[in-house]
Design a protein around this ligand. Structure first.
Ligand code: NAD
Length: 251
C-alpha cells in the first residue's frame, strides 16, 4: 500500500517504541516522515535507517514541553514543505503514583508533555491544514484514560484529557475537513514496558495471561491502526476513540 505517497507526516515521540513503528509504517507507505523527539540519538539513527532502506525521513530534536520549540520546528518545516498532511501526536510519559505519592512536579511534567504539547502542536499545525483544505490528526491516548488503572493518576487523567481534546478538536474543525481521531491502546510490548517489567519482577507471560486475546499488543499493530485512521480509507472517521486492547479489561 502506498496511501501516503509524498505526503508530509509529523510523528512526535517518533524515536520511541510505538513511535518507531509508526514512522516505519508511514515511510513504507511512501510518506516523508518528520521524526520529532527529545532523544536526538535515537531519532537520528531511525531516520538514517529509514533513508538507507529507500524511505524518506528527517528528524528534529524538539522538547515538546516547550511551545517555543514546537513553533520554531513548524515554521522551519513550513519553509521546506508546502503541505502538512498528517500529524501524529504520539509522545507521552508515564509518571507513576496515586495522588498522595505523586510530586507536584511529576503532575506538571506529565501534563506538559502529554497534553499541553498537543495544544501547542495543533495550534501550530491547524492553520496550515485549514489553508490547504484539510488534513488528519491522530493522537495517542490510552485505554487507561478511559478506564483508569490504579496508581497512575497523572498519566490516566492526562490521557482522559487527550481523549476529550480529540473529541473537541474533531468537532470544531470537521467543517474544515481536518479529521481528528485518537487511539487508546492497552499494554503494548515496547522496550520501555519490558524494562519496567524487569524492575517489577513480573514477566511478559504474566501480562499476556491477563489479555483474553492471549497477549499484549505489538507496536506495529498500533501503527497500523493509526495509519488507517490517518488515511483516505477513513474519510468519515472523525472524532473516534479507537480502543486497541485484545479485549483486555483494566485490572
Ligand atoms: P516510549 O517511552 O518508548 O516513547 C515515547 C517517546 O516520546 C520517546 O522517544 C521519548 O524520547 C519521547 N518524549 C518524551 N518526552 C518528550 C518531550 N518532552 N519532547 C519530545 N519527545 C519526548 O513510549 P511508548 O510506549 O512508545 O509510548 C508512545 C505513546 O503511546 C505514549 O503517548 C504512551 O502514553 C502511549 N501508550 C503506550 C502504551 C504502552 O504500553 N507502551 C500503552 C498505551 C498508550
Amino acid at each position: 500500500m502506498n496511501r501516503f505517497q509524498d505526503k508530509t507526516v509529523i510523528v512526535t515521540g517518533g524515536a520511541g517504541g510505538i513511535g518507531e513503528a509508526i514512522c516505519r509504517r508511514f515511510a513504507n507507505e511512501g510518506a516523508h516522515v518528520w521524526i520529532v523527539d527529545s532523544n536526538a540519538e535515537l531519532a537520528q539513527s531511525l531516520a538514517q535507517d529509514i533513508n538507507q532502506q529507500g524511505g524518506h525521513a528527517a528528524w528534529r530534536e524538539v522538547n515538546l514541553a516547550s511551545a517555543a520549540d514546537i513553533f520554531s520546528f513548524i515554521s522551519e518545516l513550513k519553509s521546506q514543505t508546502e503541505r502538512i498532511d498528517v500529524l501524529i501526536n504520539n509522545a507521552g510519559i508515564n509518571r507513576r503514583g496515586a495522588l498522595l505519592e505523586l510530586s507536584e512536579q511529576d503532575w506538571q511534567t506529565t501534563f506538559s508533555v502529554n497534553l499541553d504539547a498537543l495544544f501547542h502542536m495543533c495550534r501550530a499545525v491547524l492553520p496550515h491544514m485549514i489553508a490547504q483544505g484539510g488534513g488528519a490528526i491522530v493522537n495517542t491516548a490510552s485505554q487507561w484514560g478511559l478506564h483508569p488503572a490504579p496508581g497512575h493518576i497523572a498519566y490516566n487523567t492526562s490521557k482522559a484529557a487527550v481523549a476529550a481534546f480529540t473529541l473537541n478538536l474533531a468537532r470544531d474543525y470537521a467543517p474544515d475537513k481536518v479529521r481528528v481521531n485518537a487511539v487508546c491502546p492497552g499494554e503494548v510490548r515496547t522496550p520501555m514496558l519490558e524494562s519496567n517489567l524487569a524492575r517489577s519482577g513480573r514477566s511478559l507471560d504474566d501480562l499476556n495471561a491477563l489479555v483474553p486475546f492471549g497477549r499484549i499488543g505489538e507496536p506495529a499493530e498500533i501503527a497500523a491502526a493509526i495509519a488507517f485512521l490517518a488515511s483516505d480509507e477513513a474519510p468519515y472517521l472523525c472524532g473516534s476513540l479507537l480502543e486497541i486492547t485484545g479485549a483486555q479489561a483494566v485490572a
